[in-house]
Design a protein around this ligand. Structure first.
Ligand code: S3P
Length: 760
């Protein structure tokens, strides 16, 4: 250990690093090693004396040599960042200077050929050659553009071979991590294939399109009118032709294969245009559209909205894959106002998920109306597309699902990404437990903290092979090809998700699967299975089904989501002179706890025009402002209002007297710990409260404005937005991107109704 002032500095990772080729990549590597204290000394090797002088003058290297063998002498790590086509010559030139035990690594964009060159050139040192590729760069080149932060938050791919000493790989990994990069590992050939598809092919296409247009006689005219689309698509055609010439040659085989697949795609597109085949055209484009949003979200492990607002930082010299999560909206809500109008809230989230799941497993084509185009339901939709189901839409809430039958799902090519959606992950765990293929389910940062053993455990008892990550959290890995046996499960907690997971697993089990719940929870799975013609036997708290049946496609109507309506039920109740009508809201008795609780508090809510919509009861809800009083919330209502408590807490803050909630420990494992996060927000506004393990006491009264952290929880964000109707100052709510998981368009609808909300 070195002691430096008060700070304790650990030993540098390397004694002497030699950087061969001091351009942007090598220069930035040296600068980052220096800034992060990763080497005692840094030397450079370059054919250009001027470059070496510049590097020394910039303070990023201590010394340099034009003789590469001399440059690497005494180094315990050598980083080669010369063009890939020169790699063989460069490695042969530096080899005589290499010390025993030295680790050699590189930064080339193509790996297969580099590995071959290293095998031929390095002799015994090849065992400690760790091929690498930092996915970073910028438009500028040369050592003068060196940037110590270039690799921070960027990916570096290491491609060790079977011959590579794992200890050497581990040290190179530590070096990049020390520069702030995220390190991935894959085989060299796979690297080249992935890069050919995601980087080399797009560059080739950009060069080709610009060249094709430029060859036309009237090209000047064309370019004059070339606006956004052309500019976006061809930006990377400004990249360095010499470098790309090298890459295209070095990665020839993989590039040609990617080009072949692309040509097939273009042929399909051409045919669809030629035949005026609207279905085919829409199919291609809607798939591309959602796939792009999905990939961005998956890579950022974030919501679709956030992924859409991510800005790409261009890298014309290596590869454009550098994304930085940026905007995450903040709601700023001015105090006061009232809510008025007829407000149609989006479709029910729980039913939207289930419509995709059951529609996909059905035989025939299912038409869904009123589907929630929120990110959670879209994650489910994408998962089934990834498993080969053709799904058209959603367009204005209409989705057409071409069901594949109970046994028609195909193995997805990669992990299924569930975003923020606990319902998707838990229900799919059940549904996939009995498939013939392996699957992995992953999610965003919030979902990755939520408990999954609650579904894995009963499914294992049925014979499923499921593993969960640390502490029983995602990722969930399911081994296919297991035969499941029906069994009886007494739910240890009132959870519709666990109940549904077991029942969906039961579709694939031998014999009867039954579940008894400790308190009534939403029964959409049971009802919808019935709607698809699958018998579910219900007896009091127990639901049972037998495996091996079939689902028959049909029409499905998803009513408006009572959980989304809840914000307006509360908002209109607490803001004097409000009157709001919420049409066509689902009032399934397992979901109406929020209406019962608000009515017990004195709310004026009427159910009009009650009717049946495809096996689910619906009504128009009419709400008028009314004075509220605090109550002790009956525990029996807790599971029936489980998602509406953040909104109910705001009603409690506006009520006269104390509202007490107990028996609601489940709130601690929702998208956030909703007891604590709500308590923190209430504290920020000056609302008195007392937190319990399983609930909260809230003392109503006047409260001020303040800053609230939603912790990315959609329902927390929307609840505090409504609180502004009664606050004496503005309320600022951070981290609101995930509102789009359940209520896209919330800000617009709430503003239209009279809330003074601004999205920043
Ligand atoms: C849901 C069930 C509830 C609810 C969630 C949706 C469902 O979760 O909180 O938003 O669609 O089955 P639990 O059943 O785990 O309480």
């Amino acid at each position: 250990m070195q002691i430096n002032g008060n700070a304790v500095m650990s030993e540098p990772l390397f004694n002497r690093i030699a950087v061969i080729g001091l351009g942007l990549i090598g220069g930035s590597f040296a600068a980052a090693a220096r800034e992060n204290g990763l080497a005692r000394s840094i030397v450079a090797g370059s054919r250009s004396a001027r470059t070496l002088e510049q590097g020394i003058a910039l303070g990023i290297v201590d010394s340099g040599s034009q003789d590469l063998a001399e440059a690497v002498a005494g180094a315990d790590l050598v980083f080669v960042s010369t063009p890939v086509s020169a790699m063989g010559t460069v490695l042969s030139a530096l080899k005589p200077g290499l010390s025993n035990g030295v680790i050699v690594t590189d930064g080339g964009s193509v790996k297969g050929n580099v590995v071959n060159a290293a095998r031929d050139a390095l002799g015994a040192h090849y065992a400690r050659f760790v091929p690498g590729h930092p996915i970073a760069g910028k438009e500028k080149s040369g050592v003068s553009a060196a940037d110590a932060k270039l690799y921070r938050d960027h990916r570096v791919i290491l491609t060790p071979t079977d011959a590579t000493d794992p200890a050497a790989t581990a040290r190179v990994r530590a070096l990049w991590t020390g520069m702030g990069a995220e390190v991935l590992q894959m085989a060299p050939d796979y690297h080249d294939q992935v890069l050919a598809e995601t980087s080399h092919l797009p560059h080739l296409l950009a060069f080709s399109l610009v060249d094709t247009l430029a060859r036309q006689g009237d090209s000047t005219e064309i370019f004059r009118y070339a606006a956004g689309g052309f500019r976006d698509f061809t930006r990377i055609a400004s990249s360095d032709p010499v470098m790309w010439h090298d890459i295209f040659r070095e990665n020839k085989a993989a590039l040609l294969q990617a080009l072949g697949q692309f040509s097939d795609g273009i042929d399909r597109f051409r045919q669809a245009v030629e035949n005026e085949d609207s279905d085919a055209l829409m199919g291609i484009m809607t798939r591309a559209n959602t796939a792009r949003a999905h990939f961005l979200a998956m890579n950022g492990r974030t919501s679709y909205t956030r992924a859409h607002s991510v800005q790409s930082v261009g890298d014309d010299t290596t590869m454009t894959d550098n994304t930085h999560a940026t905007t995450n909206p903040t709601f700023v809500v001015a105090p006061g106002g009232q809510l008025q109008g007829r407000l149609r809230v989006p479709g029910d989230k729980s039913m939207s998920h289930r419509s995709i799941m059951l529609g996909s497993l059905a035989e025939g084509v299912t038409q869904v109306e009123g589907f929630l185009e929120g990110e959670d339901a879209l994650a489910t939709l994408q998962a089934f597309r990834d498993m080969g189901v053709v799904i058209e839409g959603p367009h204005n809430g209409q989705v057409t699902i071409h069901g594949v039958g109970l046994h028609g799902l195909k193995a997805p090519e990669k992990a299924l990404y569930m975003g923020n959606s606990g319902t998707s992950m838990r229900l799919l765990t059940g549904l996939l437990a009995g498939q013939s293929f392996d699957v992995e389910l992953t999610g965003d940062a919030s979902l990755s903290k939520r408990p999954m053993e609650r579904v894995a455990k009963p499914l294992r008892e049925m014979g499923a092979q499921i593993t969960t990550g640390t502490d029983g959290r995602p990722p969930v890995r399911i081994r296919g090809g297991q035969s499941l046996k029906g069994f009886h499960y007494d739910l240890p907690m009132a959870s519709a998700q666990v109940k549904s997971a077991v029942l969906l697993g039961g579709l694939y089990a031998d014999g009867e699967t039954s579940v008894t719940e400790p308190a009534p929870t939403r029964d959409h799975t049971e009802r919808m299975l019935g709607g698809f013609g699958y018998e579910v036997r219900r007896d009091g708290a127990t639901s049972a089904l037998s495996g091996g049946g079939k689902l028959t496609a049909g029409k499905l109507e998803v009513p408006a989501d009572i959980s989304s309506a809840a914000f307006f039920l509360v908002g209109a109740s607490i803001a004097a002179n409000s009157e709001v009508t919420l049409p066509h809201v689902g009032i399934n008795p397992t979901r109406t706890g929020v209406i019962d609780i608000l009515k017990l508090m004195g709310a004026d809510i009427r159910l009009e025009n009650q009717r049946d919509a495809g096996g689910e009861p619906v009504a128009d809800l009419v709400v008028n402002a009314a004075p509220l009083k605090g109550i002790e919330i009956p525990e029996a209502l807790v599971p029936l209002a489980i998602d509406e408590f953040p909104a109910i807490f705001i009603a409690a803050a506006c009520a006269q007297g104390d509202t007490i909630l107990r028996g609601a420990e489940e709130l601690r494992v929702k998208e956030s710990d909703r007891i604590q996060v709500m308590a923190d927000g209430l504290a920020a506004l000056g609302v008195s409260h007392q937190v319990f393990d399983d609930g909260i006491r809230i003392t109503g009264g006047e409260f001020g404005g303040g800053e609230v952290q939603s912790h990315g929880d959609h329902r927390i964000a929307m609840s505090f937005a409504m609180a502004a109707l009664r606050a004496t100052g503005p309320i600022t709510i951070h981290d609101c991107a995930n509102v789009a998981t359940s209520f896209p368009g919330f800000a617009q609808l709430a503003t239209h109704a009279g809330l003074k909300l601004e999205v920043k």
